[in-house]
Structures are given as structure tokens and as C-alpha cells.
Design a binder for this molecule. Structure first.
Ligand SMILES: *[C@@H]1O[C@H](CO)[C@@H](O)[C@H](O)[C@H]1NC(C)=O
Ligand SMILES: *[C@@H]1O[C@H](CO)[C@@H](O)[C@H](O)[C@H]1NC(C)=O
Length: 344
């Protein structure tokens, strides 16, 4: 189902390298959109199910009303959802074709309109071809958040090994597996361009999403393109540029209901993974809190099963089990490993 790769594929692959080498080199704090008044730790001690002290983190009446009266959006696609969509496809005669359609068939559907590569779109954006625009001095004072053209043509949606849409699969799995609620506090280790994080940010209440990310290009895509383009600035996610598992900027008192690392631990040295776990174990809400790690846990298995269990126990953690989750849109499944803080 993947679209044919464009002529710019080689160049995009070059961008993949920095995007994937998460948490590995030096960095400085990025100036971003966090309000001091949205202290994420202020209500973290009240318990995730406590409805007695509604968070006052929202800045508009509309949002407050919505979150206190409506039930949260569903986190998974239900069998009824799938049945509904299939009925819609059928009634619109769209069931045939799909995955089986040939390149020629796609071309016929396009009625001869040639696909434009991201490079071509970027060229046009850079010279303002075909787009109404302000000339001269006016050019610089009408746009509130001018964004680099590379991001506007969504080059970063091709910077990872999976379709961008796979981010939704990760969210659906993690949110369901952790019985996520909008008031939960979530930490993503290495959120990249927010392929996954966007779904958490949309679902969670304001300021509930934290992320540590070291890659400059990814941070730029997340903050300069994805958040404003998705209308999610009001959610005030705390996205911090940093590395070496340094979570100190998130504060001393924050407690997480969910901590996850999607395709991150496999790219960093075992020793650093253990450093991160050591720093985070005490910030995981006892019993309820979960850590999920994707792909593999070689940082653990390389030690041998018993030694790994012992190391985890020393940190106050235990391994719960392995899960898989099927993708909604393509033939793929995610592998996840779950950890928690046991009863003491
Ligand atoms: C933008 O700058 C131009 C030239 O200085 C000025 O005439 C115009 O009023 C400004 N427009 C806005 C929206 O500030
Ligand atoms: C959601 O979580 C529940 C409880 O852990 C599990 O039984 C169910 O299979 C999960 N559903 C999906 C779609 O993953």
C-alpha cells in the first residue's frame, strides 16, 4: 500500500540518521511553549482517579466545560467502527481496488494529474509559485508562526521507517493497555516528530504530556509544524530538548501513569537505558503506573533473565509481559514489553 518512493528518497534517508540517533549528543534547552502556570506536578499527587479536585490548567471556559461534561474520546477503534467504515466504503463503491490496485490503476484514478514530489512542492513554496502571497516588506508581518518549507511539505513524515499513520496504532495500544484517562500524566522518551505523541496530546488534558527529545530537526517539526498545524498549542505539552536520560527539567515531584519509549531503547547503549530506568522508577506511580518499551529489551536480555530480574528488582521494577498489537491500516504488528512497580 505504500506509495512509490519519490526521487527525494535518498535525501530523506539522510535526514533519518539524526532523527533516529536519539539521546546521543549534546544539546541545549529549546525555547518553547510552556507556561509557568501549568505546573505539571501540581495535581500529580492527587491520584489518577480522583475527580475531587478538577485540574484548573485550562485557559478557556469552552475546554473546561468539554472535559468535565463529555466522556473522553475512545482510545481504540471498535469492531463497530470498522463495520461502519466498511459499510461506507461499500455504499460509495470503494471496496474494490485498495491494496490490490496497481500503479496504473492509481494513475487512472488520478485522471492523468501527475503526482508532485515533496521536492517539487518545496521548490514551488520557496518561490511562491501559484500561491497568493504578500510582497516585499509585507512578507514578514502577516504570518504569526512562519514555518520552514521542508516542514510544510511534510518531509518529516517520511523520516521514519513506518508510515506516519502507524503513530495512531501505537497510541491505541498504549492508551488501551494502560487504561489511560485524560488526567493521566504521560512521559514519552524520544517523541521525535510527534508521530505518536500527537495522539496523546490531543487526548490528554493540558500539560499532561511530557517528552524528552534530543534531535533538533525532530523538535523543529514537532513545535514549528505539527502542534500549530494540528491545533494543539492549547494543550501546552512539555517538550524538552535534552539527552542522556536527563529528566530533571520535568521537576522533582511529577509522578507518571505511563512512560513509554517507541523504537528508542534499541538505539542507545544498555548502560544509558539502565540509567534512565533508575531515574524514572521512583517517578512511576506505584502499582498503577506502567513503562512500555517497543521492539526488544536487549538491555535486559543481554544480562540474562535472572540477572535482569534482579536489576529491575533493585530499582523497584518488575517485568509484566510482552504484547503485540496489529496495525489498523497496514500489515504490521507492534511488539511491546511492559514493566511496573509492584506492591511493596
Ligand atoms: C506590514 O508592514 C508594512 C510595511 O512596513 C505596513 O505597511 C503594513 O501595515 C504592515 N501590516 C501589518 C498587518 O502589520
Ligand atoms: C484493551 O485492554 C483490555 C484490558 O487490558 C484488553 O482485554 C483488550 O484486548 C484491549 N483491546 C485492544 C483493542 O487492544
Amino acid at each position: 500500500m505504500a506509495l512509490p518512493s519519490s526521487a527525494s528518497a535518498a535525501r530523506l534517508r539522510l535526514l533519518t540518521v539524526p532523527a533516529l540517533l536519539l539521546l546521543l549528543s549534546s544539546a541545549a534547552l529549546l525555547v518553547f511553549l510552556v507556561l509557568p502556570s501549568l505546573s505539571p506536578s501540581s495535581s500529580a499527587t492527587s491520584g489518577h482517579l480522583c475527580a475531587c479536585s478538577p485540574p484548573s490548567t485550562h485557559t478557556t471556559t469552552t475546554v473546561t466545560t468539554t472535559t468535565t461534561t463529555a466522556s473522553p474520546a475512545p482510545v481504540t477503534t471498535s469492531p463497530a467502527d470498522v463495520a461502519w467504515l466498511k459499510a461506507q466504503l461499500e455504499s460509495n463503491s470503494l471496496l474494490a481496488g485498495g491494496a490490490a490496485a496497481s500503479h496504473d490503476a492509481w494513475h487512472r484514478l488520478r485522471k492523468g494529474i501527475n503526482p508532485r514530489t515533496r521536492e517539487q512542492q518545496l521548490f514551488d513554496i520557496n518561490r511562491h509559485h501559484g500561491i497568493s502571497h504578500y510582497p516585499d516588506e509585507e512578507a514578514s508581518n502577516h504570518t504569526a508562526l512562519p514555518c520552514p518549507g521542508e516542514l510544510l511539505v511534510e518531509e518529516h513524515h517520511s523520516n521514519y521507517g513506518e508510515p506516519w499513520a502507524g503513530g495512531r496504532d501505537v497510541f491505541e495500544f498504549l492508551a488501551n493497555a494502560s487504561a489511560l484517562t485524560p488526567t493521566d500524566q504521560v512521559l514519552e522518551i524520544g517523541c521525535g516528530t510527534l508521530r505518536v505523541g500527537l495522539h496523546f496530546i490531543r487526548y490528554l488534558d493540558a500539560a499532561r504530556f511530557h517528552c524528552l527529545e534530543r534531535d533538533e530537526l525532530s523538535l523543529m517539526a514537532a513545535l514549528r509544524y505539527e502542534l500549530p498545524a494540528q491545533g494543539l498549542l492549547y494543550k501546552r505539552p512539555m517538550i524538552v530538548r535534552g539527552e542522556d536520560m536527563d529528566f530533571s527539567k520535568f521537576g522533582d515531584t511529577v509522578m507518571y501513569d505511563l512512560i513509554y519509549a517507541s523504537a528508542v531503547f534499541l538505539h542507545i547503549p544498555d548502560k544509558l537505558v539502565w540509567t534512565g530506568l533508575e531515574r524514572l522508577a521512583g517517578k512511576l506511580r506505584p502499582q498503577r503506573g506502567r513503562i512500555f518499551v517497543s521492539h526488544n529489551i536487549k538491555f535486559c536480555s543481554r544480562l540474562g533473565g535472572d540477572e535482569c530480574t534482579r536489576q529491575l528488582a533493585k530499582l523497584g521494577l518488575e517485568y509484566v509481559g510482552k504484547h503485540t498489537h496489529d496495525s489498523l491500516l497496514f500489515n504490521h504488528y507492534e511488539i511491546w514489553f511492559e514493566f511496573r512497580r509492584p506492591k511493596v
